[in-house]
Ligand binder design. Structure first.
Ligand code: TRP
Length: 326
């Protein structure tokens, strides 16, 4: 079974990314052949700063390796190091009805967000994004594609494209299945909404100590005094975050003390900060070691690209033969 997913290099990752996407994909590396890549071609549809793309791509690589992606188990590479996907994108484009792309909600959302101020940024790449994603998936004969709910439609488009191509040119592509992580609780941000970089409510995975402490201590709570019992303790934002990063016993104990009355919000938040900091300490240490040994990181990505490219070349050849290009 081949498992494939792409990660956009869109900047520093936060706890929401970690619990929603990183940890589940890293766990999957023990259940099949895991293929993970840094989607730097995709990032070109919205990010136009070369240095930032370079830096973000390296950051994502460091983050994943630090958090447990094991290059002995997973194939890990940078999308643009397997340029065959762009060739397959063309082949797939010619069997993709415009209407299929026009109904993609992710495109419609991005378009309407940009429409008022900056229509120029509604580029063709943004529209064709799902076709490139289909090529990513199909060129590796992927069986399972673990993605967030927001990407489910793109995997469905991929299936439609593959079925269409197979129908026109004969059996060529494996039809992939999306694997949506439903059970992942939405990680709340510091304002109680879903944690998201664009809401400014996120807690970075490898953030600066002072900045994160300030962010956590700044979480707004209600005005009930410390001694007042809080029967709704399980709904408290700091308690919910604690349950993610603290040992279950300790999170349970602080929740109990909050419920009973006597634990102030300041102390609760201090506890949350400490647990957050400890939880990520081993990964933070590994990340620092990797950052001091970038040659190794680049070598991992190069090796991953070589392995991925061998598969991609074979599948592309299959598609070229089927369609009469070869
Ligand atoms: N579009 C995905 C996202 O933004 C990233 C991605 C690109 C991807 N290609 C992919 C995910 C192929 C899964 C499979 O999250």
């Amino acid at each position: 079974m081949r498992i494939l997913s792409g990660i956009q290099p869109s900047g520093t990752l936060h706890l929401g990314n970690y619990f929603g996407m990183m940890r589940p994909s890293i766990e999957l590396q023990d259940q099949g052949e895991a293929y993970y890549f840094i989607a730097n071609y995709h990032s070109m549809t919205s990010l136009t700063d070369p240095e930032q793309r370079r830096r973000n791509s390296l950051d994502v690589a460091l983050d994943f390796l630090a958090c447990g992606l094991d290059p002995k188990k997973s194939v890990f590479w940078k999308q643009s190091d397997v340029p065959e996907v762009t060739e397959l994108t063309w082949l797939l484009s010619t069997v993709t009805p415009m209407g299929l792309l026009e109904k993609c909600t992710s495109y419609k959302d991005k378009k309407s967000r940009l429409a008022n101020d900056d229509l120029e940024r509604v580029n063709h790449g943004l529209f064709a994004y799902p076709v490139l994603m289909a090529a990513d998936i199909l060129i590796f004969d992927s069986n399972i594609v673990p993605v967030g709910k927001d990407q489910k439609q793109h995997v469905e488009v991929t299936r439609d494209i593959a079925i269409k191509f197979n129908h026109l040119y004969g059996q060529t592509f494996v039809i992939p299945e999306p694997r949506i992580k439903e059970e992942v609780a939405v990680v709340p941000g510091t304002d109680g909404q879903k944690m998201s970089k664009s809401y400014g409510n996120s807690i970075d995975l490898f953030g600066d100590e002072k900045v994160i402490r300030k962010k956590i201590m700044g979480i707004v709570m209600d005005s009930r005094p410390p001694e007042e019992p809080k029967p709704d303790a399980e709904k408290n934002l700091a308690v919910r975050l604690l349950k993610l990063v603290a040992p279950a016993e300790l999170a349970g104990e602080l929740e109990q003390r909050l419920r009973a009355g006597g634990l102030g919000y300041g102390d609760l938040k201090k506890g949350l900060f400490e647990q957050y900091w400890n939880y990520l300490a081993p990964a933070r240490k590994r990340r620092a070691e990797l950052a001091a040994n970038l040659d190794y990181v680049h070598q991992v990505l190069r090796d991953g690209a070589a392995t991925a490219r061998a598969v991609a070349t074979r599948v592309l050849e299959r598609a070229k033969t089927a369609s009469g290009l070869n």
